[in-house]
Design a protein around this ligand. Sequence first.
Ligand code: KG4
Ligand code: ZN
Length: 359
Amino acid sequence: MYVLGIESSCDETAAAIVNEKKEIISQSLWTQIEDHKVFGGVVPEIAARAHLEHIDEIINHTLQKANLQPEDIDAFAASSGPGLIGGVVIGVMAAKALCLALNKPFIAVNHLEGHALAPRLTGDVKYPYLLLLVSGGHCQILIVKGVGDFERLGTTIDDAAGEAFDKVSKMLNLGYPGGPMIEKMAEIGDEDRFVLPHPLANSGDCNLSFSGLKTAVRKIIESYSPDGDIKNSILDKKDTADICASFQKAVADSLIHKLEKAIKIFKQKYPEGKDIVVSGGVAANTYLRKKMAALAENEGLIFSAPPIRFCTDNGVMIAWAGMERFQKGLFNELDFKPRPRWPLDENAPKAAGAGGVKA
Ligand code: KG4
Ligand code: ZN
């Protein structure tokens, strides 16, 4: 059984084929990072044009590498939101066209579900599990009970964790995407030099906030400028590294603190649950992974994270979420409308409102 998945919701055009035995048959990925770098972030119009330019080639290449013909594929899945709508439409249209021409089922995958289920492909993670989903656009703590069956325990009330990494990186002129740059600088920095706030630390719930943290970093950078303008700040490499390390620690500590609360809820509601998982672009952060692994050990849970290349956007996670849906017969009509906003916990299997899901 083969599912081909397409990802085009942000700045990666990607496709992959997986089978039901969790084997990745082939994958291709075209990253647009170079196109957006000069602007310090993703430019939606540039992204949409680049997806259009590369999508056919990426799909063909994926099929060729697998030595498969389009008709050998059992279903086509596309990342159908949330994301930049210009890109999402291109991936969805490509998948629908293949389904129409070949008379195969179409599967609309929520991009976040792709991130959420990826650890099940790359590891032996069983439902229900506790998930920290941290990407450039989202930051949520969820209990994953099954395909399309999510219970959200907490979310960011402002910026996503990856967004905060990207914004701080921009302030420090480290480039885009910010996460890997900050992580690299942080390796040589002193994480205790700058004391940064932990917003919502005492809120009593599992919600998160990163906007105040970003502002606190801005103030530190401003304090190194003769006129208070961060463009004129004079920071040497050590100052920059220390800011990066202190910021990374503050983000990780905030996440760990809320995960401790979430673990209590998870254990109480689902005593049979054994796994704690991190996924999404920020899950590529080794410092966060280590802290989560230590937390899991203390709590008697098993920690899993996808290999780093499957944390940031890729076609494999969409193909795998497509495969899990395929196995449950969760297909979508060809009139499914791509959704720029699509909350994960709304995507229950029986909820036909998510676009005509055939159960
Ligand atoms: O999941 P993703 O590829 O795209 C979205 O769906 O948003 O996540 C991209 C985000 C960016 O904000 C990027 O800075 C962040 O993931 N990221 C990292 C690391 N690698 C990527 N953040 C922290 N540390 C990293 N090593
Ligand atoms: Zn993503």
